[in-house]
Design a protein around this ligand. Structure first.
Ligand code: GLU
Length: 428
């Protein structure tokens, strides 16, 4: 028998910018579909009209585009099970609410249609992540399914849509566990097959409390604006709550899809560690070629630099190893674009700079000539090398820590180096 097609979904409510934990669920759902050559669906659950935040729909799309978690079916591109926005499917929910009323599993009260939950026994299921879960039915209220204005609640809409969209696996956060008994009763009443359900744990901050802004947790769009690469964010999220032997391998989405194993999703809460995200970002920045990095850096550059492609391409290889985020680039390299501001810099010795200027005006302008003439100079005068080169570095760059000095001098050119030295010598 052919394996049924794997169809997964992420079903955000446009009630705010998705939290990083929601994005992790989207990644897992995406990978599960791709691993099985199935489809990943993005559905917008906008039935809670009172809580709608208009800009969140655009943010949801932006997150998926940025991380390249491209749905096979969604409201923008459509698909065989559309529409993919719940408020455009109201007639469907109304029809099934009627059917539930007729079957006696729902009832009408104060204008709303509610599910009639059994009052005894348990509702149980085998959760892919949590194992067997049993919830006493008396703990589950008769939830509203359809409001008097004809708008369904999440409970009815999610079940109808997961069924009509042929969803095979539901991955969602543990906060939905208590709603699952309601959904299971709806599946049963309608005679529908229940998808495989996986409730993934919460993300915790390093202090083991629920991850929040206080821990520095942000939405993916904020991480993007802080200079994190989508590759690094995906790589980081992949290992959050997953147990693989190597939990720091650098992986592309394609590689993740090959090794993703839904049975390795962990039950324990996952700890969000920003240093790990920084680690992946550093690794991914190193891996890109300068030409690949260039367009990624541009949004972080002051506008006059943006057009200087050839200069940027020379500078990138000198700095790639040192970048934690793309945002570090302009601070580290501003001396290539403008002369340093010397007002708050103190030098050890003016003589260092006078001698350096003399030698640098005579030398041939290549790496070995520059280095050997400076070496000779410090030997002859028995200068303290550390102090001499710090003075020179400060004069050229205005900073104590910079990309390699000789390479920087080569890029800046002899004229520019001599003129910076002249400025400093006059000033101190
Ligand atoms: N709309 C729900 C949310 O915003 C979806 C929950 C589910 O995946 O069933 O998270």
């Amino acid at each position: 028998m052919a394996m049924a097609t794997v169809r997964t979904r992420i079903a955000p409510s446009p009630t705010g910018i998705p939290h990083i934990g929601n994005t992790r669920t989207a990644l897992f759902s995406y990978l599960l579909a791709k691993k099985n050559s199935g489809q990943f669906i993005l559905r917008i659950e906008d039935t809670d009209q009172k809580r709608l935040v208009p800009e969140s729909l655009e943010a949801i799309y932006e997150i998926h585009d940025f991380l390249k978690l491209i749905p096979d079916e969604d409201p923008r591109k459509g698909g065989p099970s559309g529409p993919y926005i719940q408020t455009q499917r109201l007639d469907l929910y109304q029809k099934y609410a009627q059917e539930l009323l007729e079957k006696g599993v729902a009832y009408q009260k104060e204008g709303a249609i509610r599910i009639k939950m059994p009052k005894q026994g348990y509702t149980s299921w085998n959760d892919l992540v949590q194992g067997k879960i049993s919830i006493p039915n008396q703990e589950v209220d008769d939830k509203v399914l359809l409001k008097s204005n004809g708008i369904p609640t999440y409970h009815l809409a999610v079940v109808v849509d997961d069924h009509l969209m042929n969803i095979s696996h539901i991955i969602r956060g543990v906060e939905w566990i208590s709603s699952t008994p309601v959904h299971l009763h709806l599946y049963q009443a309608l005679g529908w097959q229940v998808p495989i359900i996986a409730h993934v744990p919460l993300l915790l901050g390093p202090d083991k409390t629920k991850l929040s802004k206080r821990h520095g947790a942000k939405s993916v769009l904020e991480y993007r604006d802080d200079g994190y690469l989508p590759e690094a964010i995906n790589n980081f999220l992949f290992y959050l709550g997953n147990s693989y032997q190597d939990n720091s391998a650098i992986l592309t989405l394609k590689q993740m899809a090959q090794i993703f194993d839904e049975t390795k999703l962990q039950k324990q809460n996952a700890i969000f560690d920003i240093e790990k995200l920084q680690f992946f970002n550093k690794q991914w920045i190193k891996r890109l070629t300068p030409a690949e990095l260039l367009p990624r850096l541009k949004p972080f550059l002051p506008s006059p630099w943006v057009v200087k492609d050839s200069l940027l391409l020379q500078i990138i290889p000198l700095t790639q190893e040192r970048l934690t985020t793309l945002k570090d680039f302009p601070t580290l390299t501003n001396y290539f674009f403008s002369s340093p501001d010397y007002t708050s810099i103190s030098f050890t010795s003016k003589q260092h700079l006078i001698d350096a200027r003399a030698v640098l005006s005579q030398t041939e302008w290549n790496k070995s000539a520059i280095e050997s003439s400076l070496q000779q100079l410090t030997d002859t005068h028995q200068y303290h090398r550390g102090q001499f080169f710090m003075d020179l570095r400060l004069a050229i760059t205005g900073q104590k820590i910079t990309p390699p000095l000789t390479e920087s001098m080569l890029i800046l050119g002899q004229q520019q180096i001599l003129s910076r030295l002249d400025t400093v010598i006059k000033l101190i």
